[in-house]
Design a protein around this ligand. Structure first.
Ligand code: HEM
Ligand code: HEM
Length: 259
């Protein structure tokens, strides 16, 4: 995978973008590459593919999961034995759950073999003072209390924190509790029981696992709303590409706002 594939000089911009404004996760190679051009390759295709498949599957899980816990009234148009609506809803949930599970393992694998930005999702550098300063800077920037955005090659420190807690830890929790619930249907001695049956024992009973699995859905939904808002907001206000970066893999730094 080439990390230096795109070269897009901006004719409007007399000087190359000031690389010293890049902070946080930028490596020396990133900074060097941005001295001479305005875009840099960030997300390799497995990260991008995972992002969109995962986003779609989680959307299906939220919609079907919501209905599983709060079912619609039964339909009166046919005999109950001739209906399988709820069966299809549960099937969609389980299929999407399996896609998320396999995808998450694939994403973990890519953290080992992919570039440095593929690893950001899985850790937060809690001992790094500068990193914390930049988390607070981003909080102020998101609250419209800062005028000038900082530029990042990968995720900004605040996004990284949110992704770590809501996705890395959050998805692990949803996958474990989801498979624990699945093991009830699959039965004792099943594969699901073998890998996640202990979660039911840990929580005490099925009802509690249902409740925490449902609570987890609300956490993920809150993340999703803020995440999509932030991605679009940053795309417009921070003068660096966001949504297209998750499609093409390339971050483009736009010239600074005219005074
Ligand atoms: C982001 C991921 C997920 C979300 C948002 C989600 C959401 C939900 C919700 C809201 C419920 C209903 C809980 C209730 O009120 O009783 C549910 C049930 C369930 N989920 Fe998930 N889920 C996710 C991942 C998974 C995964 C990975 C699996 C594993 C296959 C899974 C399997 C199940 C099972 C077996 C049930 C119980 C179905 C039933 O009782 O009929 N879920 N899920
Ligand atoms: C229209 C919907 C969405 C858009 C426009 C969007 C956009 C983006 C963008 C632009 C990034 C990269 C941000 C950066 O470069 O720092 C990103 C990363 C990410 N997004 Fe989304 N996203 C969407 C939906 C979702 C959903 C539904 C989820 C899961 C609930 C999600 C989870 C993530 C995760 C985990 C990352 C980090 C990727 C990684 O490092 O592997 N996104 N998203």
């Amino acid at each position: 995978m080439s990390e230096t594939s795109i070269h897009t000089p901006n004719p409007e911009m007399p000087e190359p973008l000031e690389a010293s404004r890049l902070t946080g996760d930028a490596t020396a190679a990133d900074i060097e590459s941005i001295r001479t051009r305005t875009s840099v390759f960030v997300y390799e295709w497995p990260v991008r593919l995972w992002h969109w498949v995962n986003a779609l599957a989680i959307t299906v899980l939220i919609v079907t999961g919501y209905v599983i816990g709060k079912p619609l009234p039964s339909m009166q148009i046919a005999e109950a034995t001739h209906q399988f609506v709820f069966g299809y809803i549960r099937f969609a949930h389980f299929a999407a759950g399996m896609i998320v599970t396999v995808g998450f393992f694939g994403r973990i694998y890519w953290a080992f073999v992919g570039n440095s930005h593929a690893r950001q999702l899985f850790y937060i550098p809690v001992w790094n003072k500068r990193w914390w300063k930049e988390v607070f800077f981003e909080l102020k920037w998101y609250a419209f209390l800062e005028r000038e955005p900082k530029k990042y090659v990968g995720h900004n420190p605040l996004a990284q924190t949110a992704m770590f807690f809501f996705m890395t830890l959050g998805l692990t929790f949803m996958i474990l509790t989801g498979w624990a619930l699945y093991s009830e249907g699959a039965g004792q001695g099943s594969f699901a029981d073998g890998v996640a049956g202990w979660v039911l024992t840990l929580f005490g009973n099925s009802m509690i696992v249902h409740s925490v699995h449902r609570l987890g859905m609300w956490f993920i939904l809150v993340f999703m709303i803020i995440h999509i808002y932030a991605a679009i907001r940053e795309d417009i206000l921070s003068r660096q590409s966001m949504v297209s970066t998750m499609i093409s893999g390339t971050r483009t730094f736009k010239d600074d706002r005219p005074e």
